[in-house]
Design a protein around this ligand. Structure first.
Ligand code: FO1
Length: 317
């Protein structure tokens, strides 16, 4: 049962996080759900401001997302990308014709002096999204990846080099000066906040930029409400993306136990997949409360089902 005064704050990267965010959007009213998006993946390309995780959340919650690619818009065409290639523009990062609109809007509004939070709020309203999407910060934070072929800005590691380089360290340029977005701080201060949900996103590339904002971990602890991590790892593998490969390169065992250990200082509970129940005894030593559920979200019903279970679990903590 949804009791309207309860509020939830989700921390999310792109694809995996957006799936749970969509489920949560089906279970809660707009006033109850805020989703903070990683902006460490943001960069400038062809003079345009790119915010991949924000846009994946916007498109997913507006039911406009491209499910085949996992990023960008549905029913996309690529005339701009082809014409760009013809005249020798940089095309390793593809912008579809429909997707171009949001990039022109964001870049224009930034030039006019709007901050990212305002722009995302405007887009949420335009797309009639029934949740509040909040960038983690309005100051630029840029994920940089130290690899065997040198230090790469995140998108050059992820898209241009297809995550092939071997990673030794991940850093977040600008993090020391970045302040959590005002709306993010207001969510943490809200006495109706019931729980914080860490979506099944990459812990190193998507969640850690958010948690690395100055004083944020202390602020989350001070809230004193359940912090629930939904594991991005199922049966020793990442549900999506390079988490498993990264964990190997960072000398971490790819398992739900490792996820529990990574988050045990900041969280009070973890949701693992039903197929990982054998790990429950090991995870208990971290002190985290444990729920096992179907966390592989293929259908909309899977997403809504997991969201409902996470909400019910939070009420039991
Ligand atoms: N990912 C790709 O693998 N290739 C692309 O050409 C690409 C373009 C792109 C354009 C806009 C956008 O918002 C995202 C885009 N992505 C692309 C996805 C994105 O770079 C990554 O999936 C995320 O940064 C990781 O969360």
């Amino acid at each position: 049962m949804n009791t309207g005064s309860e509020k939830y704050l989700a921390l999310s990267g792109g694809i995996g996080g957006a799936k749970l965010a969509l489920g949560l959007q089906h279970c809660l009213d707009k006033s109850q759900l805020s989703i903070v998006a990683n902006t460490g993946d943001d960069f400038e390309h062809l003079g345009l401001a790119i915010s991949p995780d924000i846009d994946t959340l916007l498109y997913t919650l507006a039911d406009l997302n491209n499910q085949e690619l996992g990023w960008g818009r549905r029913d996309e065409s690529w005339n701009f990308a082809e014409a760009s290639k013809q005249i020798g523009l940089d095309t390793w990062f593809s912008l579809g014709d429909r997707d171009l609109a949001i990039h022109l809007y964001r870049s224009q509004r930034l030039r006019e002096g709007a901050n990212l939070s305002q722009i995302v709020e405007e887009l949420c309203n335009r797309f009639k999204i029934q949740a509040n999407i909040i960038p983690m910060s309005d100051s630029p934070v840029r994920t940089m990846v130290d690899t065997n072929i040198g230090t790469l800005p995140f998108q050059e590691y992820f898209v241009k080099n297809r995550c092939k380089p071997i990673v030794s360290e991940i850093r977040f340029d600008g993090i020391e000066k970045a302040r959590p977005a005002q709306a993010f701080l207001e969510c943490l201060d809200d006495s109706n906040l019931s729980a914080i949900i860490i979506c099944p996103s990459n812990p190193f590339l998507s969640v850690n930029p958010i948690l690395s904002l100055p004083s944020l971990k202390e602020k989350i602890k001070a809230v004193g409400k359940p912090v629930i991590v939904v594991s991005p790892i199922v049966q020793g593998n990442s549900i999506k993306g390079p988490t498993a490969k990264l964990m190997q390169e960072l000398n971490l065992e790819c398992s739900v136990e490792t996820i529990a250990n990574l988050y045990k200082d900041i969280s009070s509970a973890i949701v693992i997949d039903n197929t990982d129940k054998s790990a429950i005894n090991d995870i208990k030593s971290t002190g985290l409360e444990i729920l096992s559920a179907n966390i592989v979200m293929n259908s909309l019903q899977d997403k809504i089902g997991l969201a409902n279970e996470v909400i019910d679990f939070s009420r039991s903590l």
